[in-house]
Design a protein around this ligand. Structure first.
Ligand code: NAD
Ligand code: MG
Length: 395
């Protein structure tokens, strides 16, 4: 019997929360014996990146931060790991011939390299939801043209992917995304107005990167996920529901035309979704917590409150308008998030900035080419920054 060559993996964003969990799964499933690691990429955390690259024997390590090139080069001298930096370095990482690429860079910065990997036909394990929000049709088109698979890593979308029965696709009525409600689920608007970054980043169930943690608190993460779901599963806006489920045990659900609802459950641990994306269509054996139903006191579900969490309403507007509106929402959200983290605006102002940016750019045209997406992304950031500056003056 001929031995199958080991799978070649690249992890874009290996130093982040998803990246570290991905390397943990890779190690659980045999590490260097079972996989070849092409490229690992990071941004500021050079020490961790170098340590990861050495441990797995990566071909290439890339820092997005050009000013850190020599630091990374020194850290990896004599190891045989190639080093690159900046945008061209990220593109080089995405271009290496890995057949499975984890897209786990945070934000729109991930779009370029993930597109490169998709276009050359790699299977894309997608954590970077911003790719699909700002360039949904184009991104899905690039994956299709490249011939690779697009496998969701976001826990909700992995759940739906696992619950979907392609033979019954015609009978699919709706998907139900679950949302934890975040740390401010029971706060009044008055209480939410004065929360700090430190409290906004403390998620009740999941341990994640800063942007997605704050996005969970504002429910902008769920807004992005609604648009992500539309593109991954080819849904109409009416087919996408959101329900608050504070325990984060039911990861999401699919409803069929006979009234059946299929759910995927598990402990809140991203390694389950990452492992499924790595071994799909098989399931790996993973050392993660098992659910003990005798100890799960209860599973609660409640309607989301769109007055306290306007993000969901804004996502529906973006979905209905289509075209470049989701890209505008995404760029404005990232800009507002940065301003909140820098303490320039309050927590609730983030949604105001996004809504106002979307209104000022409501006549935005269609997302027919990547150039238009990138240009609109830049313009929306500029408009959002102007709006933020006007809030700073009044504050
Ligand atoms: P993180 O902040 O922990 O890590 C982000 C990674 O991107 C790091 O490797 C960082 O070095 C790199 N990076 C940051 N800025 C960059 C830039 N300008 N250019 C290139 N690389 C850059 O984020 P995370 O929580 O791991 O999330 C990564 C992505 O996965 C996000 O899109 C997020 O929405 C999605 N996601 C995360 C989780 C989770 O549990 N953390 C769950 C679902 C989806
Ligand atoms: Mg999610």
């Amino acid at each position: 019997l001929e031995k199958k060559p080991p799978r070649r993996l690249t992890i874009l964003g290996s130093t982040g929360s998803i990246g570290v969990n991905t390397l943990d799964v890779v190690n659980q499933l045999g590490g260097r014996e079972a996989f070849e690691i092409g490229a690992l990429t990071g941004n500021g955390n050079i020490e961790l990146l170098a340590e990861q690259a050495r441990a797995v024997g990566a071909k290439l390590a890339v820092t997005a931060d050009e000013s850190q090139y020599m630091v990374l080069k020194d850290a990896l001298s004599g190891t045989g790991v190639d080093v690159a930096a900046g945008r061209s370095g990220l593109d080089e990482a995405a271009s290496l011939d890995a057949d499975w690429v984890m897209a786990a860079i945070v934000g729109t910065a991930g779009l370029g390299p993930t597109l490169t990997a998709a276009a050359r036909g790699a299977d894309i394990a997608l954590a970077n939801k911003e790719c699909l929000v700002s360039a949904g049709e184009l991104f899905v088109g690039a994956v299709r043209a490249g011939g690779g698979r697009l496998i969701p890593v976001d826990s909700e979308h992995s759940a739906i992917f696992q619950c979907l029965d392609n033979g019954q696709r015609h009978a699919l009525e709706r998907i139900i995304l679950t949302a934890s409600g975040g740390p401010f689920r029971t706060y009044t608007r008055e209480q939410m107005a004065s929360v700090t970054v430190a409290t906004a980043r403390t998620h009740p169930n999941w341990s994640m990167g800063l942007k997605i943690s704050v996005g969970s608190a504002s429910m902008f993460n769920k807004a992005l996920e609604m648009i992500e779901a539309k593109h991954l599963f080819d849904l109409t806006p009416e087919q996408i529901e959101v329900v608050v489920h504070p325990q984060s045990i039911v990861h999401s659900m699919v409803g069929y035309s006979d009234g059946s609802v299929i759910a995927q459950l598990g402990a809140p641990d991203m390694r389950t979704a990452i492992g499924y994306a790595l071994t799909y269509p098989k399931r790996p054996k993973l050392d993660v917590d098992r659910l003990d139903f005798t100890r799960l006191a209860r599973l609660d579900f409640e309607a989301p409150d769109e007055t306290r969490f306007p993000a969901l309403r804004l996502a529906r507007i973006a979905l209905t308008r289509g075209g470049l509106q989701p890209a505008i929402m995404n760029a404005a959200e990232e800009t507002a998030f940065n301003a909140f983290v820098e303490e320039k605006i309050g927590f609730l102002t983030m949604a105001d900035v996004v809504e106002e940016t979307m209104e000022r750019m409501s006549d935005c045209g269609s997302a027919s080419a990547m150039d238009a997406v990138f240009a609109t992304d830049i313009e929306a950031r500029r408009v959002a920054a102007t709006i933020i500056a006007s809030y700073e003056k009044t504050a």
